[in-house]
Ligand binder design. Structure first.
Ligand SMILES: C[S@@+](CC[C@H](N)C(=O)[O-])C[C@H]1O[C@@H](n2cnc3c(N)ncnc32)[C@H](O)[C@@H]1O
Length: 438
């Protein structure tokens, strides 16, 4: 059912910047990231690493774009108050939050359930009359299951306490569980930070019992309460007006649970072709939710950009010339496995990207706008021009390019990878691509 919302909800832009202090955020500069003729937006899509706007610091998520930038973009579009905004790769929900705060209905889809808990928390944190619940009581169990995935980082007794909390939260309705879940994620991250390497998306596992983290039940409970208090102190109990509904769902971008032709704006950033395994990056949080990605590869292999190869499709990928050239260049590179494993990984990535774009096209109304934030990269010394590929693939699906804004990116995942540094490369860009559906 379509609900018409009264004139655009203009929320007080109150954002807490620290655990204690609340400040009124100044009005965003009136800039249109789309309007190159009148001067380019001063806001870069790249989220500052210490960003607190839109609760980004409550659970910093890999590769998100900035909340202020997303809001400025949505504000610049001048679409109707009843518009629906979609992010098919929603991550920690910057798009759904920015859309909510601009007064639009929003739909956020991500296949990673960890991301969806964070996205839910961020939108609920500002909802009128939404009481955020803190968890305080927890049942006891005799021991954690012997195959509990948390055993990869925690001693049996520590795992038992974390599992008691996770069991408790799994029985609560999602709206009551998202705050304590994020507090649980923050706690286990803090306790197991020694397993993180320079590559933020690769989390190690304990190699011996000596490496396992031990924490008493009392200390763990105290830590969890502290984390809950921190998040609760950041929640903005909203004083004004109704919030349009936000739907957050765990699904694949290639099978969006969204009816055809109902979306007005798509704002998103798909995974890049940089071999980021999102399931590995969130392996500890997924373990809290009961997923053992080391034993069950379903989730890991479903995520776009994964380094696992699914069964290769019999038909060649249905892609345009730029993507085909990339596949050929990778396949003919002289380095080991380029013609085998690496070619397959690139083909799989492009299959997932184009399946997502097919779905975005299906669900978008005619005249809808699509805004993609993508980063170019390198395979060895071969430039991966993801922005060019996206423009071409979208054009083939009936979208017209309206603007292209490249921003130079200094630190990329390639620059933290020692082996990848051996090849000569130039700076890469992150590009904001805007298109309109004809
Ligand atoms: C670049 S991140 C998006 C970050 C987001 N803009 C934010 O603010 O946090 C890409 C997201 O795509 C998700 N993803 C990867 N493969 C997917 C798929 N096949 N279907 C849906 N989501 C997927 C990942 O879990 C990840 O959260």
């Amino acid at each position: 059912m379509i609900t018409k919302y009264p004139s655009r909800v203009r929320r007080e832009k109150k954002i807490a910047t620290s655990t204690r202090q609340r400040v009124t955020q100044p009005e965003l500069p009136v800039v249109s990231p789309l309007d190159r003729g009148q001067g380019r937006s001063t806001l870069s899509p790249k989220r500052p690493s210490e960003d607190t706007a839109g609760l980004a610091d409550v659970f910093p998520y890999y590769a998100g774009f900035g909340y202020d930038w997303a809001r400025a973009l949505l504000e610049s579009l001048h679409v109707s108050d009843s518009a629906v905004v979609l992010d098919p790769w929603n991550g920690s929900g910057t798009t759904t939050l920015a859309a909510q705060h601009e007064g639009f209905r929003a739909v956020g889809i991500d296949r990673n359930p960890v991301a969806n808990i964070v996205a839910r928390l961020r939108v609920d944190a500002y909802m009128t009359g939404q009481k955020m619940t803190l968890a305080s009581a927890v049942g006891k169990r005799h021991s954690a299951p012997s195959d509990d995935p948390l055993h990869a980082w925690f001693t049996p007794d520590s795992t038992k306490r974390i599992r008691e909390w996770a069991d408790h939260l799994s029985l609560l309705p999602i709206r009551q569980s998202c705050l304590p879940y994020v507090a649980l994620f923050r706690s286990i991250r803090a306790l197991s930070s020694a397993f993180e390497g320079s590559n933020p998306t690769w989390v190690k596992r304990a190699k011996s019992d000596e490496e396992l983290v031990t924490v008493s039940a009392a200390d763990f409970d105290a830590m969890l309460m502290e984390q809950q208090d921190f998040i609760a102190s950041r929640v903005i109990a909203s004083s004004d007006t109704l919030s349009p509904p936000v739907k957050i769902a765990t699904a694949l971008s290639s099978a969006l649970p969204v009816p055809s032709k109902c979306v007005d704006v798509v704002l998103t950033s798909p995974p890049y072709l940089t071999r980021i395994d999102y399931a590995v990056a969130y392996t500890r949080e997924l373990a809290v939710l009961g997923h053992d990605i080391a034993k069950d590869r379903t989730l890991r292999s479903a995520l776009m950009g994964t380094t696992l190869i699914r069964r290769e499709s019999d038909s060649p990928p249905r892609v345009g010339g730029t993507a085909r050239t990339l596949i050929e260049d990778v396949a003919s590179h002289s380095s080991k496995a380029s013609s085998g494993y690496y070619r397959k990984q690139v083909v799989q990535y492009l299959d997932d990207l184009t399946a997502g774009l097919d779905e975005v096209t299906r669900v978008s109304k005619s005249g809808a706008s699509l805004h993609l934030v993508v980063q170019d990269s390198y395979y060895k010394d071969i430039p991966v021009k993801l922005a060019d590929i996206c423009v071409e693939e979208c054009t083939m699906r009936g979208w017209d390019l309206t603007s292209l804004d490249p921003y130079v990116v200094k630190r990329t995942l390639t620059s933290v990878n020692k082996a990848a540094r051996n090849y000569k490369k130039s700076d890469v860009s992150e590009t904001v691509i805007s298109l309109r559906k004809s």
